[in-house]
Design a protein around this ligand. Sequence first.
Ligand SMILES: [Mg+2]
Length: 387
Amino acid sequence: MRDPAPSVTGPTLEPTVAPPPTWFLYVDLDAYYVSCEIRDRPELAEARVIVGPPPGSGRARGVVLSASYAARATGVHSAMPVAIAARLCPDALWIPPDFSKYERIAGDVRTILARHAVRVVPYGIDEAAVAVDASGAGAAREAALRVQAELRQELRLPASIGVATTRVVAKIASDRAKPGGIVVVPPEDVAGFLAPLPVRAVPGVGPKTDEAFRARGVTTMGELAGRAPSEFARSLGQFGRDLILLARGHPSEAPVEAWEPHSRSSERTFETDLEAWEPIRDAVEALATDLAAALDRENLRYGSVGVAFRWADFTRTQRVRALGGAQEGASALRHGATRLARELWETDGAHGRRPVRTVSVRTERLTPRHQRQRRLDEPGDVAVGGG
Ligand SMILES: [Mg+2]
């Protein structure tokens, strides 16, 4: 589900007094794993530090997880094979990753963000969108300065922060703020801010989508703004339309909503946005299985299944189906969830053109198991219908 997109042409009915926009700080910790390692060793602040399996440690296919900015200056970047990084940067100090440390520090980061937030939406171990109570761009910038200062003073972690009234624009702004800066984009400046940027700067635009635009002579957001949505309708569908609206300064984005309390959900954010079906299916099956086990422990049965994808562009789409009567066990949940996920991936995701960042599986219509009075005509297997 997404917000109704503003009409590009033709009259619009504007309320006399528009509700004040929500301001988001998109907080992205700089070189996070490296920063976690060197914060207690200030002498390494300017050094070429790489977090990853050290070369010669037997991890022949290991990759760089994080590199300091001094190491990046030699051409090293994250996800680069260790052997290549070692050749580019022979004097680097290699530090094996300590994920429990990074998780622990991420908890401290969330504590700081929560002080300033109406709501924190995490997007991974080192990124979060923080909805703040701000009266305007100036107040939002002040909030960003405070968050950045507290992260630096209390945790010795550098952060880049993008500030905007949508998460997607705030995210793009945070990329432009690296390292260590703050970039504020008021809603009236969105189109102008985006115009010189490559389309690839938009989260969710992967190599395939980029290629589709290039094939039609579009490389920048400014060029995209002048194109007709119908031009990309066949290849990109709703995603193409949303991108053009974004380029024109009208980002559409799902509200930050909460799951209903009478439901249970489980979600997973991928380290890299996914463009293939198999790993998505595996994740959905695993989430459904875990969820069914949790419901079993709580003695609950479920009457519907839902699947939501958060796309790499931060929009969110979901589908919910009623199941044929109250169910228990993992099979109905897994079948229903996989089917819905496949539909979402094929239609809204255009078979992988739109990378997937987070998948969540949800169940609703929960009832205590002891109330169960099985009817003779109740289907034993999943019956997916309605919706
Ligand atoms: Mg980061």
